[in-house]
Design a protein around this ligand. Structure first.
Ligand SMILES: [Zn+2]
Length: 457
């Protein structure tokens, strides 16, 4: 069936709105990104070097923080010639990013027009800022990345998403504007902060009514919805593309989403601070980094220093935002762990660097009784093999290392499951006191992000 509105929106309404009415350069950037995604790695590296040079000069000339950074090293931005030279600059942790916001804020245009906060689910909320120019690049990078999944502005889209708007209690006028915006774009929003059976049933009715071609969801919420659909045999639709965002997509979750919606499941990785960091292409061989907008390093701490992770090795994600001049983010350690892939062209033909997988957050690491680290992934892997028995779970490790495990039972749940869990915990987390609790539901915070592993520090 020809989607006349979708075509009209994409070809006429959206361009005139973005480029004309709002005079936004988003589409100019998008056209550029559509071209450079096919560039060689050499060309992409050159683009990064040019943009990095501009950013560092601006940061040095316009922010007290970076002026001091360079002065303390007796260095100047022109000492950073290649992306590898970034290693000469210090890393910035989340806490440092919070503490230095004022000092990192540009005193000369472009000034930061946009201020936001992270949700704080991972500790102290981080306030950050950026200029409008950076926003256009963010939007363009997101459109390109979502485009790999087949998304175009104007497509009938259902967002199973956390309601940040309601959390921040927007003014009514802004809300009306946003709703109109969603309507014109044919985007339906369903709040995923509620994952009760009644709420999941409502989401299914929405899918039946809206008949979206794309579902954009938080990974955990999308997986809960998919599990409900599969268990209660609700699927009566053709394939729907799923774009999973905001949280790590575990293999078992991808499998159940495939069953509920079809094979087009695309993982994306982003954060509020910089938006889309990487996204899966149709080859599904890792996530391509938005290299023209961000420099993404994967680093390993070793012997008191840091080095670049080898391909296949797990490391900390470090981001430099090439277009945020308002309050630059240079070598920001965002708290995520990822595995880098070798710099080889993907079978899709793109040379954009790739991340193999996002392995959750640094503070997802559990400790056994002797204090040895155990990846929080352990529980995800365990429950991925027991998906029909456990619908959702949540692990909290207290300061005394005891673990509280909550389980929402699936259709095939029985008491033997608890014994299986206990045996595995004794094996992989020796010396830890485990308390399990079977619950009808695990409340999701208003942000809609369901954290499966929480470690008290
Ligand atoms: Zn690819």
């Amino acid at each position: 069936m020809t989607d006349v509105y979708g075509h009209l929106f994409q070809k006429v309404l959206y361009p005139s709105w973005e480029s004309g009415l709002r005079r936004r350069p988003t589409l100019t950037h998008l056209a550029e990104l559509e071209r450079t995604q096919w560039a060689s790695l050499d060309e992409l590296n050159r683009i990064q070097e040019v943009e990095l040079g501009k950013l560092l000069r601006h940061a040095y000339e316009s922010t007290p923080y970076y002026r001091r950074c360079f002065d303390e090293m007796s260095a100047h931005p022109h000492d950073i010639r290649a992306v590898e030279d970034l290693a000469k600059l210090p890393l910035m942790t989340r806490d440092e990013a919070t503490d230095t916001l004022d000092e990192r804020t540009s005193l000369k245009p472009p000034l930061p027009d946009i201020r936001k906060m992270t949700s704080g689910t991972t500790g102290r909320p981080l306030t950050f800022a950026y200029d409008r120019g950076s926003e256009y690049w963010r939007q363009a990078a997101k459109l390109r990345g979502y485009g790999w999944a087949g998304y175009h502005p104007g497509d009938r889209t259902l967002h199973f998403w956390g309601s940040v708007a309601s959390v921040q209690a927007q003014r009514a006028r802004a809300r009306v504007k946003q709703e109109l915006d969603h309507l014109l774009r044919r985007e339906t929003y369903v709040n995923c902060a509620n994952l009760s059976e009644a709420a999941l049933e409502q989401a299914v009715s929405k899918i039946r009514r809206v008949r979206p071609s794309i579902i954009v969801c938080y990974a955990q919420a999308g997986a809960a919805l998919a599990r409900y659909i599969v268990e209660s045999k609700k699927r009566d639709w053709d394939d729907i593309v799923v774009i999973s965002a905001a949280e790590r997509l575990f293999p078992a979750d991808r499998a159940v989403m495939t069953e509920a919606f079809g094979p087009g499941v695309f993982e994306t990785y982003g954060s509020r601070e910089v938006m889309l960091i990487a996204a899966e292409c149709p080859s599904h061989e890792g996530l391509h980094v938005s290299m023209e907008n961000l420099v993404v390093e994967v680093l390993v701490r070793e012997d008191g220093g840091v080095r670049v992770a080898k391909p296949g090795e797990l490391g900390e994600v470090v981001v430099t935002d090439l277009h945020n001049y308002g309050a630059p983010f240079i070598r920001y350690v965002n708290g995520d762990l990822a595995i880098a892939l070798p710099d080889e062209r993907c079978s899709c033909g793109r040379s954009l660097k790739r991340l193999a997988a996002i392995e959750g957050r640094v503070n997802d690491t559990l400790r056994d009784g002797a204090g040895r680290p155990v990846p929080g992934m352990f529980f995800a892997v365990l429950f991925s093999t027991l998906a029909d028995k456990v619908r959702r779970f949540q692990v909290v490790q207290r300061k005394d290392r005891s673990i509280e495990l909550k389980l929402v039972p699936g259709s095939a749940f029985d008491d033997s499951l608890l014994a299986t869990v206990r045996t595995n915990c004794e094996k992989f987390l020796p010396g830890v006191d485990l308390r399990t609790e079977v619950v009808p539901d695990i409340p999701v915070p208003p942000s809609g992000k369901h954290r499966v592993i929480m470690v008290e520090s």
